[in-house]
Design a protein around this ligand. Sequence first.
Ligand SMILES: Nc1ncnc2c1ncn2[C@@H]1O[C@H](COP(=O)(O)OP(=O)(O)OP(=O)(O)O)[C@@H](O)[C@H]1O
Length: 256
Amino acid sequence: MTLHARLQIRRSGFTVRAEFTVESGAVLALMGPSGAGKSTIVHALAGIQKLSAGRIELDGTVLADERTHMPPHRRQIGLLGQDPHLFPHLDAARNIAFGAHAGGMDKTAAAKEAARWLHRLGLEEIAGQRPAALSGGQRQRIALARALAAAPRVLLIDEPFASLDVEAAADMRLLVREQLRRTGISAVIVSHAAADTTALADELMVLERGEPTHHGPVAQVFAHPDTRFMRAVVASLPAEPLPAPLEPCKEAADGA
Ligand SMILES: Nc1ncnc2c1ncn2[C@@H]1O[C@H](COP(=O)(O)OP(=O)(O)OP(=O)(O)O)[C@@H](O)[C@H]1O
């Protein structure tokens, strides 16, 4: 699935403008200061934000342009946000089955699909639990399973690790990476954390006040930070791991 977007969305004080292509199975990260327009782009792709101008196309099908606005439920685009928005009255298995049903399966097939996802993500033990009884990390896993069970053509991931503690966020990041690789679903991820971008994305677009300031392969963008914001992001990256201590060479050990 190739996603192509050329967007213009007016906000108070500035216009968000961006153009990008996400090739089949690729992951694009969006970074930028607070209020730069990252969520606005994600919402436009999901169909909960209309375009002022431009066009969004998925494999040649127009999802949105100046005249067209395909509703969110018809786009086959999944959204995983900071708040998992699980249905409180449904247990974990039924929450996931809801995703599969929304993706087009009948109720029996959806229940089987939910069981498969519970197994795949190691969540069988909490299948019968309602969201209120689960930890934040478990709720995010259920939300991921529910999004993937709908077999989306593209997954949008908007700060899903922000409310988790460091360990749960690292686990969730690995899980998302594994599932994106396994399913080959294209994704767009918004994150403030450089670690998410380096772990998950192939390409990075940086937005500042609605305008892209950097766009390219992640390593290339991190190697050439051109704005104060990006220099601060790069400064926050962990330093290279220290090289392993050298083995004393034979001559030195022999006192030669
Ligand atoms: N519904 C709306 N109507 C008009 N302007 C909005 C709306 N929602 C957000 N904005 C404004 O649009 C701009 C971009 O907001 P957006 O949420 O896309 O930024 P962001 O980069 O995702 O920020 P953050 O990192 O804080 O989530 C902000 O100035 C915000 O105040």
